[in-house]
Write a protein that binds this ligand. Structure first.
Ligand SMILES: Nc1ncnc2c1ncn2[C@@H]1O[C@H](COP(=O)(O)OP(=O)(O)OP(=O)(O)O)[C@@H](O)[C@H]1O
Ligand SMILES: [Mg+2]
Length: 441
């Protein structure tokens, strides 16, 4: 079990942004001149960091920088990170779709990969032909592929379209076939980018199950996903990429915690320090100051286990003793559906009482075992009490991610869908008993 099957040493990948074409003659010449003299490529040294938010000075970015890690046989490695962190680039280098700019990789065994939609299949060929093409590329004989063919078509669930060119497939159908091919052609190493998200919930569940089976057979799996619940459920180890570098190589729990730490600034906390930028009532009597998502210990967090209580704390200024106020928090799911609205006038603030001048804080705590897995967005609104006339609100002010490690076989049952259709999953008590001892009515 401890045999190393993938070894990545000092991998870096540089891309040039913008138009890459004939305008680079001077650069090419300069680069060539440096290489003739045996010097390092000058353009590799002016690369900016790979941060999609920062405005860069040069046209070159390091998608990946000094990546080193090893993967052992049978490991399921989860790779997470923000958009543009370099995850897909890393998988492409490992699948040999693209070359690293520097560094070497060592991989032992047949690698089968499911990268972005569009790689690996020839658009003009039918599903059937693509299965054989992919098998052949992986070094399988025609007989071997034939023996797997029915299983692949069956798993993909697109049998009716198997003789249609894949360019006519919907993206979901494409991914179905691509995953089925990648997972069934007996790879020693299976690499899956997050394209699975294109498939429907039922298929995603099937794929996660299949990946679990594959890893159970002693195969190695590398899995990129933004679905932290799925990563937690599936992976035995994790790598967190940030701005093209490995921020952490550790247990899945640790990387998810660290990932939530990265996002704290962006998503779990918002503050408005100066009066200019702070959202306010039109007459400026009420001004928003902050909103943050906290755990039981009062720490700002973005990822919560379903079994943890979640608090949302807001701060606001009252500049004049003029109004009776009410704080409303709208909790919404990922598609914008309101799950519930929390209103502070149901809490400790007295109805009809004019709020004196000062800085206020209001905290609403959602009990543990309430939300189902998924991302929850919070809208922050302050209005008059009763709710007529003035108000100030910030839509999508903060968000948090609820995940379930599925290790509890307790009261929440064994609902095992990673993408469940329901947004809440309260901890219910049931009373099931026999009320009649005979089978005659
Ligand atoms: N062919 C390319 N040419 C230029 N830049 C590229 C190219 N491919 C990737 N990049 C850049 O490399 C960086 C990393 O991209 P990559 O696709 O690896 O990110 P990612 O972590 O997979 O992000 P996401 O979560 O959005 O899929 C990005 O800044 C991207 O713009
Ligand atoms: Mg990607």
């Amino acid at each position: 079990m401890s045999e190393v099957v993938i070894k990545v040493e000092n991998i870096s990948k540089q891309y040039r942004l913008g138009l890459v074409g004939t305008g680079t003659f001077y650069h090419d010449l300069n680069r060539w001149w440096h290489s003739v003299r045996g010097n390092e490529d000058p353009y590799l040294q002016i690369g900016d960091t790979n941060d999609r938010l920062a405005k860069g000075e040069s046209d070159y970015i390091w998608s990946l920088k000094d990546i080193n890690f090893e993967v052992k046989r049978g490991e399921v490695l989860g790779i997470i990170g923000k958009n543009g962190a370099g995850k897909s680039t890393l998988l492409k280098i490992l699948s040999r779709v693209t070359q690293p700019t520097t560094g070497t990789i060592y991989a032992k065994g047949r690698i089968s990969s499911l990268l972005e939609v569009g790689t690996g299949f020839h658009p003009e060929l039918s599903g059937r032909e693509n299965i054989f093409l992919n098998g052949a590329i992986l070094g399988m004989t025609k007989t071997e592929i034939k023996s797997k063919f029915d299983e692949i078509v069956d798993f993909s669930g697109i049998g009716r379209y198997i003789d249609t060119p894949v360019k006519r497939y919907s993206s979901g159908m494409y991914v179905r076939l691509a995953f089925a091919v990648a997972a069934h052609l007996e790879p020693e190493i299976l690499i899956v980018d997050e394209v699975l998200a294109v498939g429907d919930a039922e298929f995603q569940k099937k794929c996660l199950g299949k990946m679990k089976d594959v890893s159970g057979e002693g195969k190695t799996v590398l899995f990129v996903s933004h679905n932290l619940g799925a990563v937690k459920n599936l992976c035995t180890r994790g790598i967190l990429l940030n701005n093209g570098k490995i921020a952490l190589d550790s247990s899945v729990e640790n990387i998810i915690d660290a990932y939530s730490g990265l996002d704290v600034e962006n998503f779990a906390e918002r503050t408005w320090n100066n009066s200019e930028e702070a959202p306010a009532f039109p007459d400026k009597v009420v001004r928003l100051q902050s909103i943050r998502v906290l755990n039981q210990d009062g720490l700002v967090k973005t990822v919560f286990d379903v079994k943890e209580p979640i608090s949302v704390q807001v701060g606001y200024w009252v500049m004049e003793e003029k109004y009776s106020l009410d704080v409303h928090l709208y909790f919404r799911d990922n598609v914008g559906q309101t799950i519930f609205v929390a209103m502070s006038n149901r809490g400790s603030v007295q109805k009809g009482m004019k709020q004196p001048v000062g800085l206020y804080s209001a905290t609403c705590t959602i009990p543990a075992n309430f939300f189902n897995e998924g991302i929850i967005w919070v809208e922050y609104l302050i209005c008059l009490n009763p709710h007529i006339g003035l108000n100030v609100c910030v839509d999508n002010a903060v968000c948090f991610d609820v995940i379930d490690d599925k290790n509890s076989n307790g009261a929440r049952g064994n609902w095992n869908l990673p993408w469940p259709p329901a947004v809440v999953r309260p901890n219910l008590s049931w009373d099931v008993k026999q009320i009649e001892r005979s089978n005659t009515v």
